[in-house]
Design a protein around this ligand. Structure first.
Ligand SMILES: [Fe+2]
Length: 355
């Protein structure tokens, strides 16, 4: 209240600004801040993002990654990774608001120590072969095009006993985990995990479409750790050859989007009319509910007679007798609603298993 009197007495804009600033300084000592100064930025009329579209070209990245191989070893770096930083938020180590992405390089003879962390990772091999990612005691061999999953808290390490550099894209949900301030990690004394599964065991065991007898049922993640490109490629080729089938599967979704657009553009009256028109109508009699079938048939007959009379009238040179229902829009609406109601009752009856 004192402030209001002071500012009113101050009488000019400069003094009001100064008085407000003095007030803000005063409340800041109590860890308080005026919402009215920031409200517009907090509650925006439409979604806002700092992220910007960006493109990284692999030939350039590859050259720079190989240079990193000269600058630092995998052991020193723990993970030799160049982070793909969104240009909208440099220094935040994120490619989108919720995801981290980086390109990792491992040279022949190198290993990246075993560790585990809360963040989950997916890896897509961009170049080379002969390296591996070991996840929970199973080595997933890495070759161009392979896709590897490391679930959260799954122990993992990388190594390259091959003859050529191997690079892959790492994507982790680290920014999401960090947002909840739930990130932590653990390192193992051993640099590499003891292997206790055959290479490719998880794929052979769980990705065949047949769950083996005695398979663990308590896992809350996919037991498959890798999707080798050599096995995925034939599936992709088959899908490409059957492109029409894929498109057909997409049709319902496309149609739903089209209907939503039409619905948004329609007037309330058009919307009501469409809803009635789109109601399912049974096309066969319902033996256990003969009165429903009789009702529908009676209405259909009446409408047919009405249309025939109208056509006959026109043939005789007159304007024709207008269909009785069309002459009374309210009656027509009622009839349609009644028919829709019957259709709904019939659909419910069928859903309950009636015939
Ligand atoms: Fe890791």
């Amino acid at each position: 209240m004192t402030l209001a009197i002071d500012t009113a007495q101050a009488g000019n804009k400069h003094n009001i600004t100064g008085a407000r600033q003095a007030y803000y300084d005063k409340i800041s000592k109590y860890h308080l801040a005026p919402l009215w100064e920031v409200l517009k930025g907090l509650v925006t009329p439409e979604p806002k993002t700092q992220m910007q579209p960006a493109l990284w070209k692999f030939p350039e990245i590859e050259k720079l990654m190989l240079e990193a191989g000269d600058v630092i070893t995998a052991e020193e770096a723990e993970r030799r990774v160049l982070v793909l930083e969104n240009p909208g938020e440099p220094g935040k180590s994120r490619i989108t608001n919720t995801l981290f992405a980086g390109i990792q390089l491992i040279l022949p003879g190198e290993i990246a120590d075993a560790h585990q962390h809360v963040a989950s990772a997916i890896r897509f091999v961009l170049k080379g072969k002969g390296a591996y990612t070991a996840v929970e005691g199973e080595k997933a061999e890495m070759e161009h095009g392979d896709f590897i999953i490391t679930a959260n808290w799954a122990p993992h390490d990388h190594g390259n006993p091959g003859k050529e550099p191997v690079m892959w894209l790492d994507v982790l949900d680290m920014p999401t985990i960090n947002h909840f301030q739930a990130s932590f990690a653990s390192h193992f004394d051993e640099k590499m995990q003891n292997v206790n599964h055959e290479n490719g065991d998880s794929f052979e065991r769980y990705a065949t479409g047949v769950l083996p007898d005695g398979a663990p049922v308590h896992l809350n993640r996919s037991p498959v750790i890798n999707y080798p490109y050599a096995k995925m490629r034939p599936i992709l080729e088959r899908l490409a050859a059957e492109g029409v089938e894929v498109e057909r599967r997409d049709v319902p979704r496309i149609e739903i989007r089209r209907q939503r657009r039409r619905h948004r553009a329609a007037t309330p009256r058009q919307r009501r009319r469409r809803v009635v028109q789109q109601m399912p109508r049974p096309t066969r009699p319902l033996p256990r509910q003969p009165h429903l079938a009789r009702d529908l048939a009676r209405r259909d007959d009446a409408a047919r007679r009405d249309r025939a009379a109208h056509r006959a009238g026109r043939r005789r040179g007159g304007a024709g007798r207008r269909p009785a229902l069309a002459a009374h829009p309210r009656l027509l609406r009622r009839a349609r609603a009644a028919q829709a109601g019957l259709a709904v009752r019939a659909a419910r009856h069928l859903a309950r298993g009636g015939r």
